[in-house]
Design a protein around this ligand. Structure first.
Ligand SMILES: C[S@@+](CC[C@H](N)C(=O)[O-])C[C@H]1O[C@@H](n2cnc3c(N)ncnc32)[C@H](O)[C@@H]1O
Length: 235
């Protein structure tokens, strides 16, 4: 990879949009690195639009933007997750891990009386989630923040996530362990992962890590997973 970067370098001409570019795998096209949806600061212009979605029987209008995951519609994986799992009615403290523009966080807050921490590495995603939560009338209970801005003592009764698989397995595992460690003893975590993107192996991996994980749904090529906290190993 390092040699790939050296060989490609960066390409900037006056007619190209600002940002960092590299050759794609075919070696024929330049793609914008800055436009990855998991960029901390998307390099693309912040072009906004609205997306309509029906979640758990309610209609939402979300503001989305360039540089944010699935800006044109509710992602199919996210839609599968929200269709396969009943809306939580409990209160408590929830986490939407990798919130994007916030569809999961907003729906969780609307359906329950929980406080929802909506975290992302992408500043634009965090801003959009805060805006969308205000529009949905739950801005006071959705805390949209960057990943390092959740106070250390917060524990989660529920974690919900359509996780960023494309960050690569080592980063993905690190991210999941970081947040699963903060699952309350009787907490539950819900995930949606593409079967082709390793949904079944991720299920096994979470179980091996001490978070017994079962498949609770499967649709449109996605696995819906439920993990719990096995607690400390018996001594
Ligand atoms: C598959 S998208 C899901 C977005 C949103 N929840 C949805 O359903 O539309 C995953 C999100 O995770 C974010 N992400 C990437 N790396 C992350 C990390 N280390 N910690 C938290 N979020 C991350 C990405 O920026 C992206 O918004």
């Amino acid at each position: 990879m390092a040699s790939h970067w050296r060989r490609c370098g960066t390409q900037r001409t006056t007619s190209w949009p600002r940002g960092l570019w590299r050759l794609d795998r075919s070696g024929e096209r330049y793609t914008s690195v800055a436009d990855h949806y998991f960029s901390a600061e998307p390099g693309s212009a912040d072009v906004r639009r609205t997306v309509e979605a029906r979640i758990w029987g309610r209609d939402y209008t979300f503001t989305t933007a360039t540089g944010v995951f699935s800006r044109d519609r509710l992602d199919i994986g996210t839609a599968v997750l929200l269709r396969e799992v009943e809306p939580p009615k409990e209160s408590g403290t929830f986490l939407d891990l990798g919130t994007g523009y916030g569809p999961i966080a907003c729906a969780l807050a609307v359906e329950s009386s929980a406080v929802v921490w909506a975290v992302d590495v992408n500043t634009r995603a965090v801003e959009l989630t805060a805006e969308n939560a205000r529009r949905a009338g739950v801005g006071d209970r959705v805390h949209a923040v960057l990943v390092d801005d959740v106070p250390d003592d917060v524990r989660f009764d529920q974690i919900w996530s359509n996780p960023a698989i494309h960050i690569g397995k080592p980063e993905l595992h690190k991210m999941l362990l970081r947040w699963l460690a903060r699952l309350a003893p009787d907490g539950v975590a819900w995930f949606v992962v593409g079967k082709n993107l390793g949904g079944d192996s991720l299920q096994r991996w979470m179980t091996e890590q001490g978070y017994p994980c079962e498949r609770v749904g499967s649709a449109k090529g996605f696995r819906v997973l439920r993990a719990t906290n096995a607690g400390p190993a018996p001594s």
